[in-house]
Design a protein around this ligand. Sequence first.
Ligand SMILES: Nc1ncnc2c1ncn2[C@@H]1O[C@H](COP(=O)(O)OP(=O)(O)OP(=O)(O)O)[C@@H](O)[C@H]1O
Length: 241
Amino acid sequence: MSRPALSMSGVEKSFGPFRALGPVDLDLMANERLGIIGPNGAGKTTLINCITGVLRPDSGSVRFEGADITALPSFRRARLGISRTFQIPHPFRGMSVVENLLVPLDYIHGVEDRHRRAAEVLERVGLSARAAYPSEDLSQLELRKLELARALVGNPKVLIADEAMAGLSEAEIDEVLAILYSLNEQGVAVIMIEHIMHAVMRFSQRVVCFETGQLIASGTAEEVTRNPTVQKVYFGEQAHH
Ligand SMILES: Nc1ncnc2c1ncn2[C@@H]1O[C@H](COP(=O)(O)OP(=O)(O)OP(=O)(O)O)[C@@H](O)[C@H]1O
């Protein structure tokens, strides 16, 4: 955890006159486990989109391993090693689990043996036994694992897990956390965006909280949980749900 993998400086994004994000300064260290929390509409998705290249910030810069990537399209950022999972998994229907990985692998440069890479990734997420299964027959947990697997085929250095545990039981949450821990041990920095508080608090070395596009708190899980502003804007809101 010595140098930043990702570095955002003065990142701002507006939709029309409405400023959804920023200005934000935020670093992700290499191999860090960073949690991002915040109420609905706080700007978390907008931030991810600025990191992955879906959105271009109006101002500010995004750097990856020291290089300015603010103007790079998504696929170039993915090639550099920034990958994400989606809140709602959309596997390719009518294809097996392994085929779901072989398709994106077609677009990834430098993979000598696609089948071997797909098998390795399935092993990493504990889905090897389901390789030949039709993706539509997977359980909720297995779908989440496939979503992770799809994000891993390019061997990312940074993985953004966007609500990767929504709808899972406690035991299943533990399983996904164990996978994310093991990826992190293998050198992947993980950004976890999550509404399941005990999971994100347990997993993250550092937690940041967003509210109306601003970073309002940063610290250890304990520090952020105890922060009075976070309690007011986030935990207060959560208690009403
Ligand atoms: N394409 C868009 N056009 C207009 N407004 C948008 C657009 N995308 C996001 N917004 C607005 O920007 C704000 C931040 O949205 P964002 O999706 O980043 O929040 P979030 O923290 O990810 O919320 P959630 O936890 O619900 O996913 C919200 O008020 C949202 O309505």
